[in-house]
Ligand binder design. Structure first.
Ligand SMILES: C[S@@+](CC[C@H](N)C(=O)[O-])C[C@H]1O[C@@H](n2cnc3c(N)ncnc32)[C@H](O)[C@@H]1O
Length: 307
């Protein structure tokens, strides 16, 4: 099962209204969704989305009988394409990253704790698996991914080891990759497997996690009604930086994608409170919460045009 992170803080941040319309863009196993649903009345609506077909199958099994719920299999970057979103939303939740069932199922290839096919895709029918990426990409590209998404100082050494190994045999399993990284860079940190950053980097790359987030934030802000709330839980600094900058209005549109938002329009959101982290009691019960950061923001009331 997946234990929802900072459940009460998320609910308080979303300020759930019984007749509101909410989107949980990262359903997972529905820990947050269930809590939101408990606060909705008969006229409320909860839209559930996940890019993982296993999560969507679970959502349909658990919630499809509830007339207040709609379920969609999609990347949250495409939330604006869902007609259920068009009437406007009172709240959007994005609880980023992977769920415990994804990490714990060795067949998904996210973890080096068990030897399994090296896949790492949240949607196994979309895009390229980690094994295919490692078979195709050149050394520079692999090193770049390790550097950018894993903040791995020894990125070049690991990339070289990967390219050398694959001339002998393809790298097809999590165990092969973990062992190769350990041989290339040795054990550096006492409580951390040397392949931790490598696995994070390839997972972020294979799923285009940062690109999805960059596209989702403006779409969520546009879909929110004035006064509607956005809650985002990030699990590493790369994600949190994107969320922080977007809320501040520094990165309304990333420089490499499309045009910047006109300055006079101002940022669409304002931050509510400071970023929140789980307390020690929560981390003790759920160690996966330890790196979480929750940010809440509210859609500004639109001002009447001065004419
Ligand atoms: C941390 S879990 C969410 C857990 C959930 N809040 C709960 O309480 O059960 C993240 C989930 O978001 C999904 N996900 C991650 N990125 C996504 C994206 N870009 N679009 C849709 N779903 C995504 C993953 O497949 C995973 O199921």
């Amino acid at each position: 099962m997946h234990i929802p992170v900072m459940r009460e803080a998320v609910l308080a941040g979303l300020a759930v209204r019984p007749d509101g319309r909410y989107l949980d863009g990262t359903f997972g196993r529905g820990g947050h969704a269930r809590a939101i649903l408990e606060r909705l009345g008969a006229r409320g609506r909860l839209l559930l989305m996940d890019r993982d077909p296993a999560a969507v199958a679970y959502a349909l099994r658990e919630f499809a009988g509830d007339p207040r719920v709609a379920v969609r299999h999609a990347n949250f970057a495409e939330l604006a394409e869902w007609e259920e979103v068009r009437p406007g939303l009172d709240g959007v939740l994005l609880d980023l990253g992977v769920s415990s069932p994804q990490l714990d199922d060795p067949r998904r290839g996210f973890s080096f704790l068990a030897d399994a096919p090296l896949d790492m895709r949240m949607d196994p029918a979309a895009g390229e698996s980690a094994a295919d990426f490692l078979a195709r990409a050149d050394e520079r590209e692999i090193a770049g991914v390790l550097w950018r998404y894993g903040e791995e100082r020894l990125s070049r050494r690991i990339a070289r080891a990967i390219v050398t190994r694959r001339t002998e045999s393809p790298i097809r399993t999590t165990g092969e990759l973990a062992e190769l990284v350990e041989r290339a860079i040795g054990r550096r940190e006492r409580n951390k497997h040397p392949a931790t950053r490598t696995f994070q980097a390839f997972r972020i790359h294979v799923n285009d996690e940062l690109g999805s987030l960059e596209r989702a934030l403006p779409a969520a802000a546009a879909a929110l009604k004035p006064g509607g709330r956005l809650a985002v839980i990030s699990f590493h600094s790369l994600e949190d930086r994107i969320v922080k900058r977007f809320i501040r209005g520094d990165a309304a549109a990333p420089a490499h994608r499309g045009l910047p938002t006109p300055v006079e329009a101002g940022p669409p959101l304002r931050a509510i409170g400071r970023p929140q982290r789980p307390d020690e009691a929560e981390i003790a019960c759920n160690p996966r919460a330890r790196s979480a950061v929750l940010r809440i923001a509210e859609k500004r009331e639109t001002e009447a045009p001065a004419c």
